[in-house]
Design a protein around this ligand. Structure first.
Ligand code: SAM
Length: 309
């Protein structure tokens, strides 16, 4: 990271997590928070935290998992917040001061696949939520989680599975290409143009992108390969109603930090006529609460076994 980036107030991660994820809308932000809390609560249930433990939260973000852990366990829990984003670590440090829990927290700026600042066998629990999706070398990150855990220590994680989003985008592209130009629905190429800013639309791009080149079974394999035992995986797939019917919020958000908002796509990649057709078609669907999203999440818990004597 350059000195300029290190000193900057925001980066792509903090910008998305603290602003773009909820389009700067405080009401929508509360609903997003409730939706992700459902997932982080499962991670914490899997973590089986107790008094006097040391927890490391990998890619802690704005502290969703960590602060809830502190709330549940109290002052004896020590929490190490790690993140690749210096602005987010500053943000959670400020939050820890506001909440009066700074004393039990420490902050480490590092990538999930290089935890060298944390000694071997020094922590009781590793949690992570929606972080490995952005890490290119997932097996290396899991080996690092294994290394820092004490024997008998526990991993509890949740990751989104985005590969089906890529398959859908690839399929949409193929479908459009297979239709004769004269009978093609003119909305579909615009839909594809937007979706292709979020997910890869060729098998080659999909296999190169850390966001889409793994399945829940791959994650299971990586956890096993790192040396973990008692591995348990649950895959949850749900079709959920869109949690906003505001067009302004809908166009202002993006599904992950690497995707631009729809507003940015409309402004930069569409002609005025295309913008009009796109909005005419999609806006009523959003405003009449007919839009849905399919969410796929994988939950994994595992134990670092004691060495055999
Ligand atoms: C979608 S957010 C999730 C944040 C938090 N875990 C939560 O549950 O709300 C992804 C987080 O991963 C962090 N991140 C991205 N790449 C990372 C990497 N290579 N190593 C560690 N953290 C990373 C980002 O800075 C961000 O905080």
């Amino acid at each position: 990271m350059s000195q300029q980036q290190a000193n900057s107030q925001t980066d792509e991660w903090s910008d998305w997590l603290l602003h773009r994820r909820h389009a700067g809308d405080s009401d929508y932000s509360v609903r997003v928070r409730a939706a992700v809390k459902r997932i982080s609560d499962r991670v914490l249930e899997g973590a089986k935290l107790r008094q006097d433990m040391v927890l490391v939260d990998i890619g802690a973000g704005d502290g969703l998992v960590s602060f809830e852990a502190i709330q549940r366990i109290g002052p004896s829990l020590r929490v190490i917040f790690t993140d690749i984003s210096a602005p987010l670590l500053r943000h959670v440090e400020a939050t820890s001061v506001e909440r009066g829990v700074r004393e039990q927290c420490s902050f480490v700026e590092c990538s999930a696949d290089d935890l060298s600042a944390i000694p071997d066998a020094s922590v009781d629990v590793v949690t992570t939520r929606a972080v490995l999706a952005y890490v290119a070398d997932k097996p290396k990150a899991l080996r690092e989680f294994f290394r820092i855990l004490k024997p008998g220590g526990r991993l509890s994680m949740a990751e989104p599975i985005f590969r089906d989003n890529a398959y859908e985008t690839i399929e949409l592209k193929r479908f459009i290409a297979a239709q004769p130009a004269e009978s093609r629905n003119p909305f579909l190429p615009l839909l594809h143009r937007w979706k292709a800013t979020q997910f890869p639309d060729t098998p080659e791009l999909m296999s190169q992108n850390p966001l889409t080149n793994y399945s829940e079974r791959d994650l299971f394999r990586f956890v096993h390969g790192a040396g973990f035992a008692e591995i348990r995986l649950e895959f949850h797939m749900e079709i959920l109603p869109c949690i906003t019917n505001s067009w302004e919020v809908f166009v202002g958000t993006s599904p992950h930090p690497w995707a631009p908002s729809l507003a940015t796509v409309l402004a930069n990649q569409f002609t005025p006529e295309e913008r009009q057709l796109f909005e005419q078609t999609l806006r009523p669907v959003v405003e009449q609460h007919q839009s849905t999203s399919t969410e796929r999440n994988t939950y994994i818990t595992a134990i670092k076994p004691f060495a055999k004597s």
